[in-house]
Design a binder for this molecule. Sequence first.
Ligand code: NAD
Length: 345
Amino acid sequence: MNRSKISVALIGAGRAGMIHAGNFRGSVPHARLAAICDPVSDAAEKAAKELEVDFCCTDYHEVMEREDIDAVIVTAPTKYHCEIVLAAAEAGKHILCEKPMAMTVEECSLMEKAAAEGGVILQIAFMRRFDASFQEARRLIDAGEIGDVVMVRSNTRGPSIPKPWMYDISKSNGPLAEVCSHDIDSLRWFTGSEFQSVYAIGGNYRCPEAREDFPDFYDNVTLNASFANHCQGIIDGAQGVLYGYDARCEILGTRGCIYLGNTRENSVTLCRSDMRKSGEYINSWKYLFRDAYCEEDRSFAEAILEQKPPKVTAHDGKMAVLVVNAGNLSIREKRIVRIEGEQLI
Ligand SMILES: NC(=O)c1ccc[n+]([C@@H]2O[C@H](COP(=O)([O-])OP(=O)(O)OC[C@H]3O[C@@H](n4cnc5c(N)ncnc54)[C@H](O)[C@@H]3O)[C@@H](O)[C@H]2O)c1
């Protein structure tokens, strides 16, 4: 990479896409947002206008053909990640791909191989790894502050009601994928180990309209895990909780514990004479992890310019998808699922 500034194209101008696009437009040094692609022409045009980008299109192949584009940000729905990443790798574009990396481990392997063969960076967007508090927790673990890690517990509960495309778990991979991929990655990162077995249960508590046609759909999930290094893990995930966006994590060690996660808009708590306590609950990941997204995007640009490996790799993305699939199998078959290499047993 001889250029001092990279040109980036956004593929998928939705919720996650617009966050990355905003960052690459103004907050990532040595990068510029050069193109926006979305099959919905209104979405592409609106985003291009808002972000003052000259080029927009509805077919991502047009982006791949442009020689001046160095990198793509893949923020299309998860089921399209594999085909877009394969096309980008073949066209020699570096890739930042949103989580979940793909729908299956087989797809992840193809993506990993294509990136290696194309000589391009493939970074998976687990932005919590770039959050200052998560990084401090990792530092404290490495410094031995809590002794050996024994157990990591992580929850992600979101306020938004699941969209109907999620109801068919066999096609969407469900909340374990869309919501809990981050928790899965945090457990791997903080235990420093791979999942060895999982037992998960799911239930539909908030979406009565989906019960008849999609009896397997769950909007609430709990997952217990054991790790290759004998650590324990617990995840709970939920959608449609209404009360706010709630992402917290605890790391219990042999000599202490680390608590992580801010649920507040700010740190002000009002205690009133009626003994009620107030403090605004944060309502979206967009605000809670705003800085982490920016650091993630900066780190991607740095990896390209300095020709170094990304901080979150295709392997990290693939292992999370493997655990999602293990969890969904466990829910479906009501049993513990063991993970051996990339096999579910
Ligand atoms: N890191 C995070 O915390 C986080 C948060 C939200 C979403 N995501 C992930 O980002 C991805 C997108 O989610 P979202 O919530 O932004 O969805 P969204 O529905 O808001 O946006 C998706 C956009 O992609 C476009 N699109 C559809 N098919 C496409 C294709 N073939 N090529 C290009 N664009 C296409 C849609 O028209 C839409 O504008 C998902 O994989 C999701 O899991 C990650």
